[in-house]
Design a protein around this ligand. Structure first.
Ligand SMILES: [Zn+2]
Length: 176
């Protein structure tokens, strides 16, 4: 029961363990199962993205309808205001999830590119540590380009990634 001592080489996508980094790399480059799982994952992410895109559009239409209804009233109705708040929250949630799916897609594509280059690839693309760094870079790039004016969502990335001295981002979590 002392298996934990040895480093593990795991393909999380296929849920398989390998005896060495080289075997894991070979699996990622050559395995038919791995390729199928990648395709499946990509399709699922694409589908989820489309669902979320439609959900965001639908919620935005609802917000507009509520706005029209509100504009016709002399005194705003409490129920409509609440409905509007709820819709906006729903919209933010869907957009944030959309961003996450998009990032997963981009990271996965980038990793596939690195892995496909195989022998010709520079050593860094095969090292776990650097892959993580690249993943983070992509994460922040994806977040920045996609989210635009929503800094609320950025907080999560700052917290996970490098410390961001420009602003304090302790919300919740670390209560002393
Ligand atoms: Zn695999």
């Amino acid at each position: 029961m002392t298996e934990n001592a040895a480093p593990r080489y795991i393909c999380f996508l296929c849920k398989r363990k390998f005896a060495s980094a080289a075997l894991l790399t070979k699996h990622k480059q050559l395995s038919e199962l791995h390729r199928r799982n990648l395709t499946k994952q990509e399709e699922e992410n694409q589908q989820r993205k489309e669902e979320l895109r439609q959900a965001v559009a639908a919620v935005k239409r609802q917000v507009q309808e509520v706005d029209v209804a509100l504009s016709k009233l002399e005194t705003p109705e409490e129920a409509l205001l609440t409905q509007r708040q709820n819709l906006e929250m729903k919209c933010r949630q869907a957009m944030s999830e959309y961003g996450q799916v998009q990032e997963r897609l981009e990271i996965s594509r980038h990793q596939q590119l690195c892995e496909r280059q195989g022998d010709g690839a520079p050593a860094w693309s095969l090292s776990g540590a650097h892959e993580t760094t690249l993943g983070r870079l992509l994460l922040s790039a994806g977040a920045a380009s996609w989210q635009g004016n929503k800094d609320e969502n950025e907080v999560g990335f700052d917290r996970r990634g490098a410390p961001c001295p420009g602003r304090s981002t302790h919300r919740g979590r670390h209560r002393v």
